[in-house]
Ligand binder design. Structure first.
Ligand code: 2AM
Ligand code: CA
Length: 264
């Protein structure tokens, strides 16, 4: 049986190498394609990075399953066994337009329980990672357990479009919430937004529709420092479907749920 330490050593090596390849690609021209709509983008680097990670995972851990955004992984219908959930580039639009604020995201689950989570901010060379029960880190620095903050002093990560046009949830309630906090921010990478909640830079994060590879790693990070990650209705996330996502420190999570997220 492989140890988590062995897996962790491999992941850190592969992430470092993938990050180096992505940084080198900044000086080459990208091949950009659209997926479900004109703003849903994918590049050759998304695909190459996913293939690089999957080849390595398969050769070292052939009995593990892999769920990957770009479809080079397995058809995963259950969270039984060890399942890797990977997004080679989370925040592809930022990757293309800004060459920053995007991340490699890898979450490793055992029978549905998050064991290892990695969010690597490629441009800033910042690796956020957590092992269940053993703490969360940003590079070599351990992240402290989160402290509570009152709503009116909190920073909320939310994308402005959800306050304007929203088919999932009453945008008026989200707008009222946005006006009640100290400030709102949006970084354009769900994995990084969750890593920022885990490191206390944001106090809460709300979004309407994420896929498992967007939140699989970040959820492990936030939970390891005492945060709560649910859908907008306070229910556990379904690791094999799209979900709304609401991450926060516990008391603020209850406060926001009770005052702004209740549906009549
Ligand atoms: P991506 O860059 O890997 O596609 C941007 O708002 C955040 O939401 C990113 O983490 C992005 O991930 C994710 N995202 C964008 N469009 C999405 C969609 N249609 N479904 C799920 N997640 C999406
Ligand atoms: Ca992606």
């Amino acid at each position: 049986m492989t140890s988590w330490k062995e897996i962790d050593d491999c992941v850190k090596r592969w992430i470092a190498e993938a990050g180096e390849r992505i940084r080198k690609s900044f000086s080459h021209s990208l091949s950009i394609q659209t997926k479900s709509n004109p703003n849903d983008l994918v590049t050759n680097m998304d695909k190459e990075t996913e293939q690089f990670l999957i080849q390595n995972i398969r050769s070292h851990f052939p009995d593990h399953l892999i769920l990957g955004e770009e479809g080079h992984g397995d058809r995963v219908n259950s969270m039984d066994g060890i399942v890797w959930i990977i997004d080679p580039i989370d925040g592809t639009m930022n990757f293309i337009h800004q060459q920053r604020n995007f991340a490699i995201s890898i979450g490793i689950y055992e029978n549905g329980v998050g064991r290892l989570g990695y969010v690597y901010d490629v441009t800033h060379d910042e690796l956020y990672f957590a092992e269940k029960g053993k703490g969360a880190y940003m590079n070599d620095v351990q992240l402290p357990v989160l402290t509570e903050v009152p709503l009116e002093q909190s920073i909320l990560a939310i994308n402005a479009t959800w306050l304007v046009k929203n088919t999932y949830f009453d945008p008026g309630k989200l707008a009222a919430l946005a006006l009640s906090v100290r400030g709102t921010r949006s970084s354009g990478s769900a994995a990084l937004e969750l890593a920022y909640v885990a490191s206390g830079r944001f106090d809460s994060y709300i979004t309407m529709r994420l896929s498992p590879w967007d939140f699989a790693a970040g959820k492990i990070l936030v939970e390891e420092v005492g945060g709560i990650v649910t859908n907008l209705h306070g229910e556990p996330l379904d690791m094999l479907a799209t979900n709304s996502v609401f991450a926060s420190v516990p008391r603020l999570h209850s406060h926001i749920s009770d005052e702004f997220l209740r549906e009549k």
